[in-house]
Ligand binder design. Structure first.
Ligand code: PMP
Ligand code: GLU
Length: 388
Protein backbone atom coordinates (compact mmCIF):
# COMPACT_ATOMS: atom_id res chain seq x y z
CA UNK A 1 0.00 0.00 0.00
CA UNK A 2 1.47 3.42 -0.90
CA UNK A 3 1.71 5.70 2.15
CA UNK A 4 -0.88 8.38 2.60
CA UNK A 5 -1.21 11.54 4.72
CA UNK A 6 -3.60 11.27 7.67
CA UNK A 7 -7.27 12.16 7.61
CA UNK A 8 -8.75 14.42 10.27
CA UNK A 9 -10.16 12.79 13.40
CA UNK A 10 -13.08 15.23 12.95
CA UNK A 11 -14.38 12.95 10.21
CA UNK A 12 -12.70 9.60 10.87
CA UNK A 13 -13.95 9.64 14.46
CA UNK A 14 -17.50 10.61 13.50
CA UNK A 15 -20.24 8.03 13.87
CA UNK A 16 -21.87 7.28 10.50
CA UNK A 17 -25.53 8.34 10.16
CA UNK A 18 -27.62 5.22 10.86
CA UNK A 19 -30.60 6.67 8.97
CA UNK A 20 -28.65 7.63 5.86
CA UNK A 21 -26.66 4.37 5.86
CA UNK A 22 -29.82 2.28 6.13
CA UNK A 23 -31.38 4.17 3.22
CA UNK A 24 -28.27 3.44 1.17
CA UNK A 25 -28.35 -0.22 2.20
CA UNK A 26 -31.98 -0.49 1.08
CA UNK A 27 -31.16 1.26 -2.21
CA UNK A 28 -28.30 -1.20 -2.89
CA UNK A 29 -30.45 -4.23 -1.96
CA UNK A 30 -33.21 -3.04 -4.30
CA UNK A 31 -30.68 -2.47 -7.10
CA UNK A 32 -29.60 -6.09 -6.70
CA UNK A 33 -33.20 -7.23 -7.18
CA UNK A 34 -34.50 -7.62 -3.60
CA UNK A 35 -37.96 -6.19 -2.98
CA UNK A 36 -37.51 -4.45 0.34
CA UNK A 37 -40.41 -2.73 2.09
CA UNK A 38 -38.86 0.48 3.41
CA UNK A 39 -39.98 1.59 6.86
CA UNK A 40 -36.62 3.09 7.71
CA UNK A 41 -36.20 6.45 6.03
CA UNK A 42 -37.68 9.68 7.33
CA UNK A 43 -38.54 10.74 3.80
CA UNK A 44 -42.32 11.35 3.65
CA UNK A 45 -42.48 9.50 0.34
CA UNK A 46 -44.98 11.85 -1.30
CA UNK A 47 -44.08 13.29 -4.71
CA UNK A 48 -43.47 17.04 -4.72
CA UNK A 49 -46.63 18.70 -6.07
CA UNK A 50 -46.23 19.46 -9.83
CA UNK A 51 -47.08 23.14 -9.24
CA UNK A 52 -44.06 23.42 -6.95
CA UNK A 53 -41.90 21.79 -9.61
CA UNK A 54 -43.31 24.24 -12.18
CA UNK A 55 -42.35 27.20 -9.98
CA UNK A 56 -38.75 25.96 -9.95
CA UNK A 57 -38.76 25.44 -13.72
CA UNK A 58 -40.15 28.92 -14.27
CA UNK A 59 -37.41 30.40 -12.11
CA UNK A 60 -34.78 28.44 -14.04
CA UNK A 61 -36.13 29.64 -17.39
CA UNK A 62 -36.27 33.19 -16.04
CA UNK A 63 -32.54 33.05 -15.35
CA UNK A 64 -32.49 32.42 -11.59
CA UNK A 65 -29.29 30.46 -12.07
CA UNK A 66 -26.74 32.71 -10.37
CA UNK A 67 -25.50 33.42 -6.88
CA UNK A 68 -28.24 35.00 -4.83
CA UNK A 69 -28.32 36.73 -1.43
CA UNK A 70 -26.37 34.58 1.06
CA UNK A 71 -29.13 34.89 3.66
CA UNK A 72 -31.79 33.80 1.18
CA UNK A 73 -34.42 35.39 -1.07
CA UNK A 74 -36.04 38.34 0.77
CA UNK A 75 -39.57 37.17 -0.15
CA UNK A 76 -38.97 33.71 1.29
CA UNK A 77 -37.41 35.08 4.47
CA UNK A 78 -40.43 37.36 4.90
CA UNK A 79 -42.85 34.48 4.28
CA UNK A 80 -41.12 32.32 6.91
CA UNK A 81 -41.15 35.17 9.43
CA UNK A 82 -44.91 35.56 8.82
CA UNK A 83 -45.44 31.83 9.19
CA UNK A 84 -43.70 31.83 12.55
CA UNK A 85 -45.98 34.61 13.77
CA UNK A 86 -49.01 32.49 12.94
CA UNK A 87 -47.61 29.19 14.17
CA UNK A 88 -45.82 30.12 17.39
CA UNK A 89 -46.61 33.80 17.87
CA UNK A 90 -42.91 34.65 17.66
CA UNK A 91 -42.17 38.06 16.09
CA UNK A 92 -39.30 37.70 13.63
CA UNK A 93 -38.02 40.23 11.10
CA UNK A 94 -36.95 38.84 7.71
CA UNK A 95 -33.39 39.75 8.83
CA UNK A 96 -33.70 37.11 11.57
CA UNK A 97 -34.25 34.31 9.05
CA UNK A 98 -31.49 32.45 7.20
CA UNK A 99 -32.43 30.16 4.30
CA UNK A 100 -30.33 26.99 4.39
CA UNK A 101 -29.85 23.85 2.28
CA UNK A 102 -32.16 21.73 4.47
CA UNK A 103 -32.83 21.61 8.17
CA UNK A 104 -29.65 19.63 8.74
CA UNK A 105 -27.54 22.55 7.55
CA UNK A 106 -29.65 24.95 9.64
CA UNK A 107 -28.71 22.82 12.66
CA UNK A 108 -25.04 22.90 11.69
CA UNK A 109 -25.18 26.68 11.09
CA UNK A 110 -26.80 27.16 14.52
CA UNK A 111 -24.12 25.09 16.25
CA UNK A 112 -21.29 26.66 14.23
CA UNK A 113 -22.48 30.00 15.53
CA UNK A 114 -22.51 29.09 19.23
CA UNK A 115 -20.21 26.14 20.02
CA UNK A 116 -16.55 26.69 20.89
CA UNK A 117 -13.98 23.91 21.47
CA UNK A 118 -14.70 22.01 24.68
CA UNK A 119 -18.24 23.36 25.10
CA UNK A 120 -20.87 20.85 26.15
CA UNK A 121 -24.24 20.64 24.42
CA UNK A 122 -27.09 18.57 25.84
CA UNK A 123 -28.71 16.37 23.20
CA UNK A 124 -32.02 14.52 23.56
CA UNK A 125 -32.08 10.73 23.76
CA UNK A 126 -33.63 9.00 22.00
CA UNK A 127 -33.00 11.69 19.43
CA UNK A 128 -32.18 12.26 15.82
CA UNK A 129 -28.86 10.72 14.82
CA UNK A 130 -27.19 13.94 13.60
CA UNK A 131 -27.34 16.05 16.77
CA UNK A 132 -24.27 14.60 18.47
CA UNK A 133 -22.14 14.44 15.30
CA UNK A 134 -23.01 18.07 14.38
CA UNK A 135 -21.96 19.20 17.88
CA UNK A 136 -18.67 17.31 17.43
CA UNK A 137 -18.08 18.85 13.99
CA UNK A 138 -18.13 22.23 15.76
CA UNK A 139 -15.57 21.06 18.34
CA UNK A 140 -18.10 20.57 21.11
CA UNK A 141 -18.98 17.64 23.30
CA UNK A 142 -22.52 16.21 23.10
CA UNK A 143 -23.95 15.11 26.45
CA UNK A 144 -26.91 12.75 26.15
CA UNK A 145 -30.01 13.54 28.13
CA UNK A 146 -32.55 10.69 28.37
CA UNK A 147 -36.09 11.88 27.63
CA UNK A 148 -38.05 8.96 26.22
CA UNK A 149 -41.46 9.82 27.70
CA UNK A 150 -40.89 13.21 29.32
CA UNK A 151 -38.24 15.79 30.17
CA UNK A 152 -37.12 15.26 33.74
CA UNK A 153 -36.10 18.75 34.89
CA UNK A 154 -34.10 17.43 37.86
CA UNK A 155 -32.11 15.22 35.53
CA UNK A 156 -31.65 18.14 33.15
CA UNK A 157 -30.45 20.43 35.96
CA UNK A 158 -28.00 17.74 37.10
CA UNK A 159 -26.55 17.39 33.59
CA UNK A 160 -25.68 21.10 33.34
CA UNK A 161 -22.02 21.86 34.06
CA UNK A 162 -20.02 25.11 33.82
CA UNK A 163 -19.09 23.98 30.28
CA UNK A 164 -22.71 23.56 29.10
CA UNK A 165 -23.65 26.25 26.58
CA UNK A 166 -26.74 24.86 24.88
CA UNK A 167 -29.50 22.31 24.81
CA UNK A 168 -30.96 20.78 21.66
CA UNK A 169 -34.67 20.06 21.75
CA UNK A 170 -36.85 18.57 19.05
CA UNK A 171 -40.65 18.60 18.87
CA UNK A 172 -42.38 16.57 17.53
CA UNK A 173 -39.60 14.17 18.39
CA UNK A 174 -37.74 11.98 15.94
CA UNK A 175 -37.92 8.96 16.61
CA UNK A 176 -40.90 8.81 19.02
CA UNK A 177 -43.21 11.41 17.34
CA UNK A 178 -43.96 12.76 20.83
CA UNK A 179 -44.98 16.44 21.07
CA UNK A 180 -43.29 18.32 23.93
CA UNK A 181 -45.78 20.06 26.24
CA UNK A 182 -45.87 23.78 27.02
CA UNK A 183 -45.23 22.95 30.69
CA UNK A 184 -42.10 20.96 29.82
CA UNK A 185 -40.80 23.78 27.65
CA UNK A 186 -41.53 26.38 30.35
CA UNK A 187 -39.46 24.33 32.79
CA UNK A 188 -36.61 23.99 30.30
CA UNK A 189 -36.68 27.70 29.52
CA UNK A 190 -36.48 28.61 33.20
CA UNK A 191 -33.36 26.42 33.55
CA UNK A 192 -31.89 27.80 30.32
CA UNK A 193 -32.33 31.32 31.69
CA UNK A 194 -30.83 30.43 35.06
CA UNK A 195 -27.73 28.91 33.42
CA UNK A 196 -27.64 31.25 30.43
CA UNK A 197 -27.95 28.48 27.82
CA UNK A 198 -28.95 28.58 24.18
CA UNK A 199 -31.85 26.40 23.07
CA UNK A 200 -31.56 24.91 19.61
CA UNK A 201 -35.14 23.99 18.77
CA UNK A 202 -35.75 21.62 15.87
CA UNK A 203 -39.37 21.84 14.70
CA UNK A 204 -39.09 20.14 11.30
CA UNK A 205 -42.14 17.91 12.02
CA UNK A 206 -44.32 20.65 13.54
CA UNK A 207 -46.64 20.94 10.54
CA UNK A 208 -47.60 17.30 10.96
CA UNK A 209 -49.45 17.56 14.25
CA UNK A 210 -52.49 15.25 14.58
CA UNK A 211 -53.69 16.11 18.08
CA UNK A 212 -53.04 18.63 20.82
CA UNK A 213 -51.20 21.91 20.50
CA UNK A 214 -47.70 22.66 19.31
CA UNK A 215 -45.63 24.50 21.91
CA UNK A 216 -42.33 26.22 21.12
CA UNK A 217 -39.76 28.04 23.27
CA UNK A 218 -39.61 31.01 20.87
CA UNK A 219 -43.27 31.80 21.66
CA UNK A 220 -42.25 34.13 24.50
CA UNK A 221 -39.89 37.09 23.95
CA UNK A 222 -37.55 35.72 26.65
CA UNK A 223 -37.48 32.33 24.91
CA UNK A 224 -37.01 33.86 21.48
CA UNK A 225 -33.94 35.74 22.71
CA UNK A 226 -32.06 32.47 23.43
CA UNK A 227 -33.59 30.09 20.88
CA UNK A 228 -32.33 29.11 17.44
CA UNK A 229 -35.16 27.56 15.44
CA UNK A 230 -34.38 24.84 12.89
CA UNK A 231 -37.06 24.28 10.28
CA UNK A 232 -37.41 22.60 6.90
CA UNK A 233 -39.58 22.12 3.83
CA UNK A 234 -38.58 18.44 3.67
CA UNK A 235 -41.25 16.80 5.82
CA UNK A 236 -44.08 19.33 5.36
CA UNK A 237 -44.14 19.25 1.56
CA UNK A 238 -42.33 16.03 0.60
CA UNK A 239 -39.35 18.09 -0.55
CA UNK A 240 -36.43 16.20 1.01
CA UNK A 241 -34.33 16.21 -2.15
CA UNK A 242 -34.68 19.93 -2.77
CA UNK A 243 -32.59 20.69 0.32
CA UNK A 244 -34.49 23.66 1.66
CA UNK A 245 -34.67 24.70 5.29
CA UNK A 246 -34.34 27.71 7.52
CA UNK A 247 -32.84 29.00 10.73
CA UNK A 248 -34.65 31.64 12.80
CA UNK A 249 -32.26 33.58 15.02
CA UNK A 250 -32.71 36.01 17.90
CA UNK A 251 -32.82 39.68 16.83
CA UNK A 252 -29.41 41.11 16.17
CA UNK A 253 -27.52 37.80 15.82
CA UNK A 254 -28.21 37.07 12.13
CA UNK A 255 -25.07 38.70 10.76
CA UNK A 256 -22.83 36.34 12.71
CA UNK A 257 -24.53 33.17 11.45
CA UNK A 258 -24.56 34.64 7.95
CA UNK A 259 -20.74 34.60 7.85
CA UNK A 260 -20.82 30.82 8.05
CA UNK A 261 -23.14 30.74 5.01
CA UNK A 262 -20.91 33.18 3.11
CA UNK A 263 -17.85 30.99 3.64
CA UNK A 264 -19.50 27.60 3.13
CA UNK A 265 -22.42 27.00 0.73
CA UNK A 266 -22.84 30.75 -0.02
CA UNK A 267 -26.55 30.46 -0.86
CA UNK A 268 -29.36 28.04 -1.56
CA UNK A 269 -30.14 27.88 -5.32
CA UNK A 270 -32.66 30.59 -6.21
CA UNK A 271 -34.95 28.25 -8.14
CA UNK A 272 -35.19 25.96 -5.10
CA UNK A 273 -36.23 28.94 -2.98
CA UNK A 274 -38.85 29.94 -5.59
CA UNK A 275 -40.24 26.40 -5.34
CA UNK A 276 -40.40 26.78 -1.55
CA UNK A 277 -42.16 30.11 -1.82
CA UNK A 278 -44.79 28.53 -4.05
CA UNK A 279 -45.11 25.53 -1.73
CA UNK A 280 -46.10 27.87 1.11
CA UNK A 281 -49.02 29.19 -0.98
CA UNK A 282 -50.30 25.62 -1.32
CA UNK A 283 -49.97 24.79 2.37
CA UNK A 284 -53.70 24.76 3.21
CA UNK A 285 -54.48 22.49 0.32
CA UNK A 286 -51.61 20.01 0.61
CA UNK A 287 -50.67 19.65 4.24
CA UNK A 288 -54.05 18.60 5.72
CA UNK A 289 -54.12 15.83 3.09
CA UNK A 290 -50.65 14.60 4.05
CA UNK A 291 -51.57 14.71 7.72
CA UNK A 292 -54.71 12.63 7.18
CA UNK A 293 -52.73 10.08 5.19
CA UNK A 294 -49.99 9.72 7.82
CA UNK A 295 -52.54 9.58 10.63
CA UNK A 296 -54.50 6.77 9.00
CA UNK A 297 -51.28 4.79 8.58
CA UNK A 298 -50.23 5.42 12.20
CA UNK A 299 -53.62 4.29 13.53
CA UNK A 300 -53.56 1.17 11.34
CA UNK A 301 -49.99 0.15 12.15
CA UNK A 302 -50.18 1.01 15.87
CA UNK A 303 -53.28 -1.17 16.27
CA UNK A 304 -51.65 -4.02 14.40
CA UNK A 305 -48.42 -3.84 16.38
CA UNK A 306 -50.16 -3.50 19.73
CA UNK A 307 -51.99 -6.76 19.02
CA UNK A 308 -48.78 -8.69 18.26
CA UNK A 309 -47.08 -10.73 20.98
CA UNK A 310 -43.93 -9.01 22.27
CA UNK A 311 -44.90 -5.48 21.15
CA UNK A 312 -46.25 -2.45 23.01
CA UNK A 313 -47.18 0.44 20.76
CA UNK A 314 -48.63 3.81 21.72
CA UNK A 315 -50.21 6.15 19.20
CA UNK A 316 -48.23 9.42 19.16
CA UNK A 317 -49.70 12.87 18.47
CA UNK A 318 -47.75 13.77 15.33
CA UNK A 319 -45.76 12.84 12.28
CA UNK A 320 -45.29 9.52 10.55
CA UNK A 321 -43.14 7.52 12.94
CA UNK A 322 -44.06 4.80 15.40
CA UNK A 323 -41.67 3.70 18.13
CA UNK A 324 -43.01 0.41 19.54
CA UNK A 325 -41.32 -1.35 22.43
CA UNK A 326 -40.10 -4.84 21.49
CA UNK A 327 -39.40 -7.80 23.73
CA UNK A 328 -36.08 -8.77 22.10
CA UNK A 329 -32.86 -6.91 21.52
CA UNK A 330 -33.81 -4.14 19.07
CA UNK A 331 -30.68 -4.44 16.91
CA UNK A 332 -31.16 -8.21 16.47
CA UNK A 333 -34.87 -7.72 15.81
CA UNK A 334 -34.35 -5.06 13.10
CA UNK A 335 -31.64 -7.24 11.49
CA UNK A 336 -34.04 -10.22 11.38
CA UNK A 337 -36.75 -8.07 9.78
CA UNK A 338 -34.35 -7.02 7.07
CA UNK A 339 -32.73 -10.41 6.48
CA UNK A 340 -35.78 -12.65 6.83
CA UNK A 341 -38.78 -10.42 6.07
CA UNK A 342 -37.31 -7.91 3.61
CA UNK A 343 -38.64 -5.14 5.87
CA UNK A 344 -36.26 -2.27 6.65
CA UNK A 345 -36.67 -0.40 9.96
CA UNK A 346 -34.26 1.14 12.44
CA UNK A 347 -33.34 -0.19 15.87
CA UNK A 348 -34.21 2.31 18.60
CA UNK A 349 -30.66 2.22 19.93
CA UNK A 350 -29.52 3.92 16.70
CA UNK A 351 -31.10 7.01 18.32
CA UNK A 352 -29.08 6.61 21.52
CA UNK A 353 -29.04 4.22 24.47
CA UNK A 354 -32.37 5.56 25.78
CA UNK A 355 -34.00 4.28 22.59
CA UNK A 356 -32.88 0.66 23.13
CA UNK A 357 -35.64 -1.92 23.22
CA UNK A 358 -37.67 -0.08 20.57
CA UNK A 359 -37.87 -0.06 16.80
CA UNK A 360 -38.52 3.04 14.70
CA UNK A 361 -40.97 2.54 11.87
CA UNK A 362 -41.33 5.32 9.34
CA UNK A 363 -44.77 4.98 7.73
CA UNK A 364 -43.75 6.50 4.45
CA UNK A 365 -44.56 3.62 2.14
CA UNK A 366 -47.86 2.75 0.40
CA UNK A 367 -50.81 1.39 2.38
CA UNK A 368 -50.48 -1.96 0.55
CA UNK A 369 -46.81 -2.27 1.42
CA UNK A 370 -47.51 -1.25 4.99
CA UNK A 371 -50.22 -3.93 5.31
CA UNK A 372 -47.84 -6.50 3.84
CA UNK A 373 -45.07 -5.48 6.26
CA UNK A 374 -47.47 -5.75 9.22
CA UNK A 375 -48.55 -9.22 8.08
CA UNK A 376 -44.92 -10.39 7.86
CA UNK A 377 -43.94 -8.88 11.22
CA UNK A 378 -47.05 -10.32 12.86
CA UNK A 379 -46.30 -13.79 11.52
CA UNK A 380 -42.72 -13.66 12.81
CA UNK A 381 -43.91 -12.41 16.21
CA UNK A 382 -46.39 -15.29 16.52
CA UNK A 383 -43.76 -17.84 15.49
CA UNK A 384 -41.28 -16.38 17.97
CA UNK A 385 -43.87 -16.59 20.74
CA UNK A 386 -44.76 -20.20 20.06
CA UNK A 387 -41.06 -21.15 19.83
CA UNK A 388 -40.28 -19.65 23.26
N1 PMP B 1 -34.33 17.31 12.21
C1 PMP B 1 -34.91 16.10 12.33
C2 PMP B 1 -35.44 15.71 13.66
C3 PMP B 1 -34.99 15.23 11.25
O1 PMP B 1 -35.55 14.03 11.40
C4 PMP B 1 -34.49 15.65 10.00
C5 PMP B 1 -34.60 14.67 8.87
N2 PMP B 1 -33.63 14.55 8.03
C6 PMP B 1 -33.91 16.93 9.93
C7 PMP B 1 -33.85 17.73 11.04
C8 PMP B 1 -33.33 17.52 8.70
O2 PMP B 1 -34.06 17.36 7.56
P1 PMP B 1 -33.67 18.13 6.21
O3 PMP B 1 -32.19 18.35 6.24
O4 PMP B 1 -34.09 17.22 5.13
O5 PMP B 1 -34.43 19.39 6.24
N1 GLU C 1 -34.20 12.57 9.41
C1 GLU C 1 -34.62 11.46 8.60
C2 GLU C 1 -34.56 10.20 9.41
O1 GLU C 1 -34.40 10.24 10.59
C3 GLU C 1 -33.87 11.38 7.29
C4 GLU C 1 -32.46 10.91 7.33
C5 GLU C 1 -31.54 11.86 8.03
O2 GLU C 1 -31.36 12.96 7.55
O3 GLU C 1 -31.08 11.47 9.09
O4 GLU C 1 -34.73 9.13 8.88
Amino acid sequence: MPSQPRLAARVTGLKPSATVEMTERVRAARASGRRIIGLSSGDPGVPTDPRIVEAALRALHDGDTHYGPAAGAPALRAAIAEREAVRTGAAYEPADILITPGGKFALLAALMGIVQPGDEVLVPEPGWVSYGPCVRLCGGEPVALAMLDRIDLNRLAAAITPRTIALILNSPVNPTARVLSAAELDGVLALAERHNLWIVFDQVYSDLLHAGRFAAPQSSPAGQARTLVVDSFSKTFGMTGWRLGSLAMPHGTGRSFLRFMQHSVYCVPGFVQQAGLHALTLFDELVPRFRAMFRARQVFAAERLAAMPGFACALPDAGFYLFPRVADDDVAQAARWLDELDVAALPGSAFGAAGAGHIRLSLTTSEDDLAEAMARIGKMATQQESAS
